[in-house]
Write a protein that binds this ligand. Structure first.
Ligand SMILES: [Zn+2]
Length: 313
């Protein structure tokens, strides 16, 4: 079929107009998408509006568990609403953005406790080794669970003797005393020094009793002077910060969401250190699901004694 010159011109002109409209629409859609993305805070950006709960005076303050004055079969577990919150990441720690082949460090705090054996069974099932930051008074109260941690190839780390903030953060003498008491407790329970030289500050190094990041220096130096490397965390279940559950989700959903959110928020940080409490039955319940998700994402698992330096938020 042949078209007249006029008809060809009209057809080209029409096609041109359609193309212009399509291009304009595409440009508008792209602009809208970029604007939406741009409003999300960048976790690697220190100016991003990530709330540092540890330094937030409005948040619950004390992270101290009820101490175990004498060994009893059922020491009172650490109060569930204690903030051991996740702090703001620092940009200097940015690293590999993908998960495949990376190592994540599972750490269990505040035990040993009556659920610790269940955690050990789950870890065995997936052939994973982890770090347990234990409280000396609980090592005394649950000696069998403490021994199982070591016998089954995990790292027995220090989380102070009493977990009492008042004992820990009113001068480095009291802080050092707590670390030394923990080691003496481990020696007496095991009959030898089964404790590793890795530790976690109760409440983290940025907790409000210590006075936040700006005041932690002497305490970190004190830990290091006794041979310990100190480890904060970035990934967590928020299983000691139920106040963060603003939507009133069932615990398993809140923990799952906290896990996904924190992993996503800190995905560029190295190392990824995951805080879980082996004193919380709901945390133990969700553990297999979390581990399977980490495996599916391509993670390997390590222990804190493999790390060469402190990890401080
Ligand atoms: Zn703790």
């Amino acid at each position: 079929m042949r078209y007249s010159q006029e008809r060809l011109y009209a057809m080209n002109s029409f096609a041109y107009r359609i193309k212009r409209i399509a291009a304009l629409t595409l440009a508008l859609l792209t602009l809208a998408a970029l604007t939406a993305c741009g409003e999300k805070p960048d976790p690697a950006d220190p100016s991003a509006s990530v709330i540092d709960v540890a330094d937030d005076p409005a948040s619950p303050v004390t992270a101290a568990p009820t101490a175990v004055p004498t060994p009893t079969p059922e020491p009172t577990p650490v109060p569930t609403d204690t903030p051991e919150p996740t702090a703001t990441p620092r940009p200097s720690q940015a690293a590999n953005p993908s998960y495949q082949g990376r190592t994540i460090y599972l750490t269990f705090d505040d035990g040993p406790y009556k659920y610790t054996d269940q955690v050990l069974d789950i870890l065995d099932q997936y052939n994973i080794k982890a770090t347990f930051f234990t409280v000396g008074n609980f090592v005394k109260a649950y000696p069998e669970q403490a021994k199982h941690i070591v016998e089954r190839g995990h790292v027995l780390g220090c989380h102070s003797q009493t977990h009492e903030m008042a004992n820990l953060y009113h001068g480095t003498d009291g802080f050092k005393k707590e670390l030394n008491q923990w080691r003496e407790t481990v020696k007496s329970v095991f009959g030898y020094d089964a404790g590793a030289y890795v530790m976690r500050f109760p409440g983290g190094t940025t907790n409000s009793t210590i006075g936040g990041r700006k005041n932690r220096g002497p305490y970190v130096e004190a830990a290091n002077s006794l041979g310990y490397k100190a480890f904060d965390w970035n990934v967590c279940l928020n299983d000691r910060w139920l106040a963060g559950n603003k939507d009133g989700l069932p615990l398993n959903e809140y923990f799952w969401k906290s896990y996904l959110d924190s992993l996503s928020m800190y995905k560029n940080i190295e190392p990824l250190v995951f805080l879980i409490h082996d004193t919380e039955p709901e945390s133990v319940k969700i553990l297999p699901r979390v581990i399977e998700d980490l495996i599916a994402k391509g993670f390997k698992f390590g222990v804190c004694t493999d790390l060469d330096d402190n990890y401080l938020m």
